[in-house]
Design a protein around this ligand. Structure first.
Ligand code: G4P
Ligand code: NA
Ligand code: NA
Length: 193
């Protein structure tokens, strides 16, 4: 998506060899006109698929998922919560996600009320790196018996393995910008096309 790539080129900063900062429009300040255009692009890509619900993970996924839902007939958006501990009272599906940046595992939960067997779900997230967060969302859908129709990602780092692994597993992954390489010394960012 040219609009997103241009924005990353103008306002993104390469913090380290594998961390791209996009706080100006995605992870801190939110550009809702851009989010709306992203939603439109996913709607075009996933046109013809039955989407009953969008599932994302807090926090940065929520804004983009809500803007996207406007382009999918205002389907509900559910966000998985990052919990402090797993509560075993049975009213929620839970899994654990290993965070590379935080170097620890944390529980991720969704209420059984909001994810149901037979629902057709689109997964949305802001970043795709190693795919740990996405695999957590996939686990939750499998536990619920929900059907995953596709995965919409804003920024995929193509040099990390998450996206290619998910595609190899058969998922329809639509990443609006795929960073093929980036250099913290020069600030240069190149995209996959
Ligand atoms: P993974 O899920 O793909 O394996 O990635 P990882 O554990 O490394 O990511 C941890 C967090 O960092 C996630 O957000 C993810 O979206 C984000 N992230 C990963 N790589 C980048 C990057 O290059 N730039 C930016 N800005 N974020 C990245 P989170 O901790 O769940 O936080 P939130 O922002 O959604 O609240
Ligand atoms: Na995220
Ligand atoms: Na994030």
């Amino acid at each position: 998506m040219q609009l997103l790539e241009d924005r990353i080129q103008r306002e993104g900063t390469v913090k380290t060899a594998d961390v791209l900062k996009v706080d100006a429009f995605l992870n801190h300040q939110c550009d809702v006109a851009l989010f709306d255009a992203m939603g439109e692009a996913w709607a075009e890509h996933f046109a013809g698929k039955r989407i009953d619900k969008i599932l994302t993970i807090e926090a940065s996924g929520i804004g983009i998922a809500c803007c996207a839902a406007r382009h999918f007939g205002n389907v509900p958006v559910v966000f998985a919560k990052k919990a402090q501990s797993i509560n075993l009272d049975g009213d929620q599906y839970s899994t654990t996600v290993y965070s590379f940046t935080k170097q620890r595992e944390f529980p991720v939960i969704v209420s059984k009320k909001y994810l149901n067997a037979g629902e057709h779900v689109l997964l949305i997230d802001d970043f795709l790196a190693n795919g740990k967060a996405l695999h957590g969302l996939i686990d939750l859908c499998e536990a619920a018996g929900a059907v995953i129709e596709g995965i919409g990602i804003a920024v995929e780092k193509g040099f990390q393995k998450g996206g290619d692994e998910l595609r190899a597993e058969g998922y329809d992954v639509d990443s609006l910008a795929i960073v093929e390489s980036m250099d913290p010394q020069t600030g240069r960012i190149e995209f996959r096309h």
